[in-house]
Design a protein around this ligand. Structure first.
Ligand SMILES: Cc1cc2nc3c(=O)[nH]c(=O)nc-3n(C[C@H](O)[C@H](O)[C@H](O)COP(=O)(O)OP(=O)(O)OC[C@H]3O[C@@H](n4cnc5c(N)ncnc54)[C@H](O)[C@@H]3O)c2cc1C
Length: 498
């Protein structure tokens, strides 16, 4: 532990926010609006606002949710396209921060590494590495709100394959896209079948001589219009805020309907998705091999392609899909288990993210380190036996922001409730016997790989994650804050927060 004299700062804030991405900027908006007397600052590891939308720079990077639900409820999305490109999302987040004066509240190049809770004075001491020289600094706060996303910013997930070092071309991971990568007239192989792979393939095909999408197993791919005709009409007729709100609710209800239909009647939804793909690619295309997963729709996230862009480029012959396994890299490309050879100048490993919660921060509560997999998620945002700490984690089956906004408004309610009762701390307590279950039930590779580091959920309220906006809204906007599972206390009260 560093000596106290090494620390340069010791400021106290009522609330410390960690992360200036989509959820951190949204959280700051709500704190300003609903807890106007509370002091806060945002600690951000990077040098700019935007998180995901600042980090990812690969060709064609875009949302695969509509921006009426991925955007904030309080700031209308006014662009033509509902499914939009990364730079537009980044601009929207930065403009929001500027419009509400949040940009002045951010301390950049401040990476939070450790948070230590002291019950005797009911506050967190947060240790931070500042700048490239990693000078150690610290802050204290009464409430710590983590908006640090869900994955490791330092590197993506990269499985090792035999022969990688004899390959003469370039191997690129989408999370570390080289700014000067020239792929004009080159043969590109993209390994992967997820959202990144299906986004990159049509974007690269515009310049590459050929793109091969190489997947071990297929994913469900669904085409959606990039423009939302109903939302556009609403915006023409109604004031921007009202139009945005109606478009948002329409999209929430439509996506809930299709998600529930897929859960209740997976065979029907599966057949509909596959029929639509066959219609796009023609009767001779082998949809069974390349677009039919072994699992049911929504056992893993669906991949959305705006205006069927992927299918159009497959039809044109500029992209081919290969479903096979890699045996080895060769000097000139890849050899597959079937014996087929794929020649490549560039191989893109669209193999996913490494899940990391709370930005990798170590948590210590009264001298005891907290092991996240040992905790239960409370209302999908707090951890059992960890006082005065919440985190913004979005939905896996709907837009991230829908849940993060509910979390932020709940955190404001909680802080105001504590204020009105004179409480200094609150802590979720598991009191009854509960069946523990994995927090996220998706079968996707990145979730399975992360199972050992994720907290658990419980079998019933308030420990259960419903992944359902309507139920969460009822619980978080209108449910009682003092629900019996959340324990409260005053500073110096006989009972400690641990
Ligand atoms: C390519 C891509 C496309 C996506 N598309 C969609 C989509 O269409 N719809 C959808 O719902 N979701 C999508 N997601 C998920 C996406 O990450 C979220 O929608 C959303 O942008 C997350 O916002 P966030 O602010 O919670 O986290 P992030 O965007 O990850 O921001 C977290 C911020 O916290 C900072 N931070 C992290 N750790 C620390 C630390 N220890 N100290 C200080 N700062 C720290 C980071 O530097 C970063 O700025 C996508 C993800 C990716 C990678």
């Amino acid at each position: 532990m560093p000596d106290a004299t090494e620390f340069q700062t010791k400021d106290h804030f009522d609330v410390l926010l960690v992360g200036a991405g989509l959820s951190g900027i949204g959280a700051a908006y709500y704190l300003q609006a609903r807890c106007p007397t509370k002091s806060f600052t945002i600690l951000e590891a990077r040098e700019g606002i935007g998180g995901t939308w600042d980090l990812f720079r690969y060709p064609g990077v875009r949302s695969d949710s509509d921006m009426y639900t991925l955007g904030y409820s309080f700031r209308p999305w006014r662009h033509e396209k509902a499914i939009t490109d990364g730079p537009s999302i980044l601009r929207y987040i930065r403009d929001t921060a500027e419009e509400y004066g949040i940009d002045h509240k951010i301390r950049f190049s401040n990476r939070v590494t450790r948070a230590v809770w002291s019950s005797s004075d009911a506050r967190w001491t947060v240790e931070v590495e500042v700048g490239p020289e990693k000078r150690v600094s610290r802050y204290s706060c009464s409430f710590l709100y983590m908006c640090s996303g869900y994955y490791d910013y330092t590197e993506g997930y990269m499985p090792g394959w035999p022969g990688m070092n004899r390959f003469q071309g370039a191997i690129v991971h989408p999370q570390q896209w080289p700014a000067n990568l020239d792929y004009e007239g080159r043969r590109v192989v993209i390994i992967g079948s997820g959202a990144t792979a299906v986004t990159l393939a049509p974007a690269m095909a515009a310049q590459a001589s050929h793109v091969t999408l190489l997947q071990r197993s297929p994913t469900y791919v669904v085409s959606l219009p990039a423009q939302d005709a109903i939302a556009k009409r609403l915006h023409k007729w109604l004031p921007a805020r009202l139009a945005h709100s109606l478009a948002r609710w329409k999209n929430v209800l439509v996506s809930m309907f299709f998600y529930n239909l897929a859960r209740v009647n997976p065979q029907r939804v599966k057949q509909q998705i596959l029929r639509a793909v066959q219609d796009e690619l023609g009767p001779d295309y082998d949809v069974g091999k390349h677009f039919t997963p072994t699992y049911n729709p929504w056992d893993q996230r669906l991949c959305l392609v705006p205006d069927g862009d992927l299918f159009e480029v497959i039809r044109s012959g500029r992209i081919s899909v290969v479903t096979d396994e890699i045996e080895t890299f060769t000097e000139t490309g890849l050899r597959l288990r079937s014996g087929e050879e794929l020649r490549a100048d560039i191989v893109v490993t669209a193999t996913g993210l490494k899940v990391k919660l709370l930005g990798g921060m170590q948590i210590i509560v009264d001298d005891a380190p907290v092991d996240l997999p040992e905790t239960l998620l409370y209302k999908g945002m707090m951890f059992s036996d960890v006082p005065n700490l919440a985190c913004a984690i979005g939905y896996t089956n709907a837009s991230w922001t829908l849940k993060c906004e509910l979390t932020s408004t709940y955190v404001c309610r909680l802080i105001n409730h504590m204020d009105s009762k004179g409480y200094a701390w609150c802590v979720p307590r598991r009191r009854d016997e509960l069946v523990e279950e994995p927090a996220i039930t998706l079968t996707s590779g990145y979730i399975q790989r992360a199972a050992a580091i994720l907290p658990k959920q419980g079998s019933r309220k308030p420990w259960r994650l419903y992944q359902n906006y309507a139920l969460d809204m009822a619980a978080l906007r209108f449910g009682r804050v003092a629900d019996g599972a959340l324990e409260f206390g005053r500073t110096g009260s006989a009972q400690r927060a641990v």
